[in-house]
Structures are given as C-alpha cells and as structure tokens.
Write a protein that binds this ligand. Structure first.
Ligand code: CTP
Length: 409
C-alpha cells in the first residue's frame, strides 16, 4: 500500500472543508497510514472529534492542557511527542488564520504549537489551504504563505471552482483523493528531478468516416501509470494520450489526440524540450487511406465497402532517429506487447527501433488489467520485473530509467 508504515499527523483547522476530512482520513487509513488527528477549536465547530476518532481509530488531540493526548504523554508535552512521532504533518483544511499563525511562529493552540516545535529537518509540514477566493487572493495571505513556504512548509495548492459561500474561483481545498495523491508523491524518491519526461499512452483511433473507425483494446493504464510515476519521481511530465477514460495524474500536462498522425505531431512538438521519451501507446499500425468525410451509407446491392489501408508512421522510431536522441539529449524507451517469444521479439525490436531500452510485456495478460509483469531489455541483457500493480511497476521502471541516464551521463 502506498502509505504503509507511515504515521501521519492530520491537523484540522476551522473551515467548511472540514467535512471533506472525514473522507481524507479514511483514504489515508486505506492507503496503509496510521493517522493521529489534531483539531483546533475552530475545526471542532465544523466536524465532531468523535467522527475523526472513529475514522482514525485514535482519540483526537485538541489541547496541550487537558485532553487525551496529555493522558498519553505522562510528561504533559503532547506538542513535543505528537510531532516527533509523525512522518509528516498534514494540515487540511489549513485556514488563513492558521497560515498567519505559522508565519508569525504563534502557538495559540496545540496544532500551531506542535508545528513550531517539530524538528523541521525531519518532519515535513504539508498544507492544504481552504478559504474564500478573496481571502486566498489577499496580499496578506499570499505574503504569509510565501513566508511559511520560505520557512520550509509545502503548500499543496488549492482547487478552483464553486465555493460554499456561493462565489466561484481559487481557494477551495483540494479533493481528498488529490491530497492523498500529493502525499503519496511527496514520499517517493526523486531520481528524475530536473528531467522532462514525454509519455505516449493509450490506443489511437483511425477514422473510417465521421462515425466509425479502427482502434484497439489498449486502456492506457500502463502509460498513465508511467506518467504518474515520472511526476512522482520529480520530472516535469507531458502525456500525449489517445482516446481513453483514464483520469489525468496530478502534475502531468496532458495533450489529448485521436489518430496516429495527431499523436506523431503532438509528440514531435513536445519532444523538443523532453529529455526522456517513453512510448507506451498502442499506435494503430495502419489507417484507412482515405477516410470518408460523410458517413458511408449501406447501398443495398453493392455490399460492404472495401477499405484500403496505409501504414502509420512509427512515432518511436521517428523520435529515436531525430537529432536530440542521436546527440544523447533525449533518452528513448519503447514498449512492446507480444503474444509469444517475448525475449527474442523484444531484443529484435529494440535494435530495429534504435533505442537503448525496451520494455516488453505479454499483451493479452496486460491489456485493461491493473497489474502486469515486465521484461526490461537493453544492450546488456534482460531483467524481469515480476507481476505487480501497474503503478508499482511504473515506479520501478522510472528508477531503472534514471539509473541508466545517470550511468550514460
Ligand atoms: N510505436 C510507435 N508508433 C507506431 C507503432 C509503434 O511509436 N506507429 C511504438 C509503441 O508505442 C511501442 C513500440 O513502438 O513503444 C513498439 O510497438 P509495437 O506495436 O509492439 O511494435 P511494432 O513496431 O508495431 O511491431 P509489431 O506490431 O510488428 O510487433
């Protein structure tokens, strides 16, 4: 599980977004974390400590003076112990007033006190701000937030949309699933920091006419997992996606395309800045030579139309033969979906495409599934990554790519 072995101190401050923190707490626990909730008196006005206790499985700490937390720390110093026990302190929702307290180093309540008392080099402080859009835009708030970040806290940012007050704009708390994704990402190692990773994913759709086309069963799950893992590993990520229904991973720039030709153009454009190209898309090998501009109608006697196909350009081979790849500025990785003789096909395909690394899998046991197994083939031989969820394999793959880039550089 993504947060196995992690102990998270979840701090709630006053704001209507507190209602979302019941769900956030549940997601953290489901991801394998143990959670200690600390609430300010403002937060208690919005959601009951009983709810948070039930969901976290621990008494909620509220005060440095008189509550359960003191009972569990015989020396009466919950502000010292609670912070030191945590792998991270996550304040969600984080109110404007709490940011002001942090900026000034104030210790009005237990939560602010333990944030100030935490060993800053060892216990990270993550903030999920939540407030009205005017408050969020106010120079005082932005000044305080800049100060808090300069002092070492990390703001996860805010969402944009309709607010409880009836207004619309920036300042909503991120959704619980987004906060979880940020937290999981925060704990991942960053071997791709400074890299710009370009990923293709999903199938392509080659039009026959305005209502029909040729496509394949690729779900895009593996490519999207690779894009997510690369972003978690610290890279700037561009994802060129064929028609799939996958949600965009956080901190990934997504470009949607339909056909192989569109995917080629978008990939060539984005490859100008990329330092790593990972071709995970299942590009259709052929496309109808002359798609009809109008829907092809049944014409009775003449029977079904006959379609003439032409070959699509090989996007990976085109990029791999380009100037940036040949001069060593762009590291290219291919995928191969095979049905048999995996190693032989993968070895031949790597050489044919002219790329340093090829990732092979058995197509029928991978398509649409959440898990997969991979065979990494490079100039030195083959290495297998055993069956695991696609996101875990993707995380291992980006580590392997980073290792090869470092060795080559
Ligand atoms: N690829 C590509 N553009 C294409 C075809 C394939 O970029 N027009 C990329 C895929 O994204 C993948 C790799 O090439 O990274 C291999 O794809 P695959 O379909 O397995 O290989 P093909 O070259 O099409 O060979 P074959 O279908 O004959 O096995």
């Amino acid at each position: 599980m993504d947060l196995s072995g992690k102990h998270i101190l979840l701090g709630l401050t006053g704001g209507i977004a507190c209602y979302k923190c019941a769900e956030l707490c549940r997601l953290l626990v489901k991801a394998g974390a143990t959670v200690q909730v600390v609430m300010t008196e403002g937060a208690v006005r919005f959601i009951t400590p009983v709810t948070m206790q039930a969901l976290s499985g621990r008494p909620v700490a509220r005060s440095q003076w008189e509550d359960e937390a003191v009972g569990r720390t015989p020396d009466g110093m919950p502000h010292i112990h609670l912070g030191r026990e945590a792998d991270a302190i996550l304040v969600a929702p984080c109110s404007a007033d709490f940011i002001a307290q942090l900026a000034q180093g104030r210790t009005d309540e237990l939560l602010a006190l333990l944030c100030l008392a935490r060993p800053a080099g060892r216990v990270p402080l993550l903030l999920a701000p939540a407030m009205n859009r005017e408050m969020w835009a106010h120079p005082a708030l932005q000044r305080n937030l800049a100060q808090v970040q300069a002092d070492g806290a990390k703001s996860l940012g805010v969402g944009c949309g309709s607010q409880a007050c009836g207004e619309t704009g920036d300042g909503r708390m991120l959704e619980p699933a987004e906060i979880l994704a940020e937290l999981v990402s925060f704990f991942q190692p960053k071997p791709l920091a400074g890299q710009h990773v370009l990923v293709t994913a999903g199938p392509t759709f080659e039009a026959i006419d305005p209502v029909r086309g040729v496509t394949n069963h690729s779900s895009g799950k593996m490519g999207f997992a690779v894009a997510r893992a690369a972003a978690e590993a610290g890279a700037e990520v561009t994802l060129v996606a064929g028609p799939v229904s996958q949600p965009t991973p956080r901190n990934v720039r997504r470009i949607d395309v339909q056909s192989g030709l569109q995917m080629l153009q978008a990939t060539l454009d984005a490859s100008q800045k990329a330092t790593v190209f990972i071709a995970a898309a299942a590009v259709a090998d052929w496309r109808p030579a002359e798609p009809s501009e109008r829907k092809i109608k049944k014409t009775g006697d003449s029977g079904p139309p006959s379609l003439h196909f032409v070959e699509n350009p090989d996007i990976l081979a085109t990029v791999a033969q380009g100037e940036r790849a040949r001069s060593g500025q762009l590291y290219c990785v291919g995928f191969a979906a095979e049905s048999h003789d995996l190693l032989a096909h993968a070895t031949a395909k790597r050489q044919r495409k002219g790329i340093p690394l090829l990732v092979a899998n058995i197509g029928p046991t991978a398509f649409g599934r959440d898990d997969n197994e991979l065979l990494l083939v490079d100039a030195h031989g083959a290495q297998s990554l055993e069956r695991a969820p696609k996101i875990e394999l993707a995380r291992k793959l980006v580590v392997e790519i980073a290792r090869r880039i470092a060795a080559a550089g």
